[in-house]
Design a protein around this ligand. Structure first.
Ligand SMILES: C[S@@+](CC[C@H](N)C(=O)[O-])C[C@H]1O[C@@H](n2cnc3c(N)ncnc32)[C@H](O)[C@@H]1O
Length: 281
């Protein structure tokens, strides 16, 4: 286990999961727009999208910074950047890479950096924030959203119940931890990374799924093969059936409505002025 308990296997992704993500990831895109607004991007700015996935949000951001701007999306999963590259343009490019190693970029290269539904997956969060600080210009802005393990998504609560109902007891605790950081951890991480003007709020976001199986598939693609890690094929099937029964209770005329919760956090790199406010560590 690494810092804050995150160990994921990026080798489990498949081209099929990446394609499912590209179809279903529209929900993530809508949530991502809440991240982009407060960054107040301007025409001509240079922006880094870390954990860009299949690049839908990066394409939207490229539209905001216009023909004089520049957006680079990075992601460790080749299967995802391959799809993202179909969106490539003169001002929008995609590369394979991780948040913890931004050595391909110069100091003070970007006006803004954002991570949409990515930070909870990052193994070395402190290292990633130090790197982000380095590549931001003085005064550059950072925005991210992240799960809080103390505030479970509704789907996760149903999943835990489904695992118990399938007779698999407390297996989720050992094999399927909830990744993320609490408000206190996040604030401390931003301070350690050298950021100022930290502000954050927890938002409740609603996802609507046509049926339980599409929700299950979405979760699989979203976790790039790490969903229900450690469960055998037949155990997964038992969990899927129990989960489907449970979430049917959340059906509305639009579909199955499930809430999830993300903390949105913003800060900036100090611009070097004498009156700079400091974050308490
Ligand atoms: C839920 S997806 C979000 C994708 C995209 N940001 C979006 O809005 O659709 C999470 C992404 O984080 C990426 N990821 C996981 N670990 C990472 C790391 N250490 N550095 C950068 N990205 C990472 C995954 O490859 C995956 O594409």
């Amino acid at each position: 286990m690494s810092e804050l308990g995150v160990t994921i296997n990026l080798q489990r992704d498949t081209p099929e999961l990446a394609h499912i993500y590209e179809q279903a990831g529209i929900v993530q895109f809508h949530h991502g727009k809440f991240l982009i607004g407060p960054l107040a991007l301007k025409a001509g700015e240079h922006v880094l999208d870390i954990g860009t996935g299949t690049g839908r949000l990066a394409e939207f951001v490229a539209g905001l910074v216009g023909p004089q701007g520049r957006v680079i999306g990075i992601d460790p999963l080749e299967s995802r950047t391959e799809i993202a590259r179909l969106r490539q343009s003169k001002t929008l490019t995609f590369e394979t890479g991780r948040a913890e190693d931004l050595s391909r970029f110069s100091d003070s290269q970007f006006d803004a950096v954002y991570l949409n539904s990515v930070f909870h997956w990052i193994e070395e969060k402190e290292r990633a924030l130090r790197e982000i600080h380095r590549v931001l210009k003085p005064g550059g802005r950072l925005g991210l959203n992240v799960q809080d393990p103390s505030k479970l998504h509704e789907s996760r609560v149903f999943l835990r119940t489904a695992i118990s109902q399938a007779g698999l007891g407390d297996r989720h605790r050992e094999t399927h931890p909830v990744f993320g950081v609490t408000q206190e951890q996040l604030k401390a991480l931003f301070a350690a990374g050298g950021f100022v003007d930290y502000r954050s709020d927890m938002r409740s976001l609603v996802d609507v799924h046509s049926d339980a199986d599409s929700q299950f598939k979405w979760s699989e693609s979203n976790a790039f093969g790490n969903f229900l890690d450690g469960f055998s094929r037949s155990e997964r099937e038992q969990v899927r059936i129990a989960f489907a029964r449970l979430v049917e209770a959340k059906r509305t005329p639009e579909g199955i409505r499930l809430e999830r919760y993300l903390r949105f956090a913003f800060a900036r790199k100090p611009d070097g002025s004498l009156k700079e406010p400091k974050l308490p560590a």
